[in-house]
Design a protein around this ligand. Sequence first.
Ligand code: ATP
Length: 241
Amino acid sequence: MSMLSVQDLDVRYGQFRAVRSVSFDIVKGEIVALVGANGAGKTTMLRALAGANRVHGGAIRLNGVDITHTLSHLRVAAGLALVPEGRKLFLDMTIEENLLLGRTVGRPGVWTVDKVFETFPNLVKRRHALTGTMSGGEQQATAIGRALMSNPEVLILDEVSLGLSPLVVDQVYASLDNLLTMGTTIILVEQDLTRAMAVADRVICMLEGRILLDRAMEQTDRAEITQAYFGQGYSAVGEPA
Ligand code: ATP
């Protein structure tokens, strides 16, 4: 059975359909890279999955349970955690305090503050530092750690690389390596196609609110993904060309 099932999802801003009839299923342990140009609807869809954007139509199911209209903190309790674009941390709290916030509506499980520090060793010496004084990479690691503290079954990462230098992105992904090999189910938005292809076992490409390509990474290549990215020769999945 799929862990996360999205059917005919429609998300609107007023009359504007930012996500249009999007459907996909993700099974346990899959790592899915969500790619697409600016404005494709990636963030809107991820926020709808997490309960931060209202759903206009369609259904979202987590482990078979309909969560389409469930409040966001109850989705966290059900096992779905989002690391939002821009991180959204409390900058005047310490790293440890931000991490502990992730546990408030979470689930029992393996993730503790100590385990987060084990996974992101660069944070250890900054444990009691104010988050606002930390580097972008350290803040990103904290945001991921906070989501992990809820012991998610599905972890959603929206552009972890945003605003970070290439070196720091390498560091964040190096720490994520642990996670990627632990069998956590992950959806991640990554603009760097090389990186997306390296870490994910499936790619979903969106354009103008629709899915244009949904393939196992081993069944596609850079040329096909790039074509879908720009919409060349494609119609939406499920629609005639
Ligand atoms: P990016 O990579 O730039 O973050 P994205 O693929 O995540 O892009 P979204 O941010 O989801 O795309 O935006 C999808 C569309 O919805 C865009 O046309 C955007 O202008 C529009 N949009 C996003 N947020 C809002 C909002 N709060 N109100 C109105 N329109 C919005």
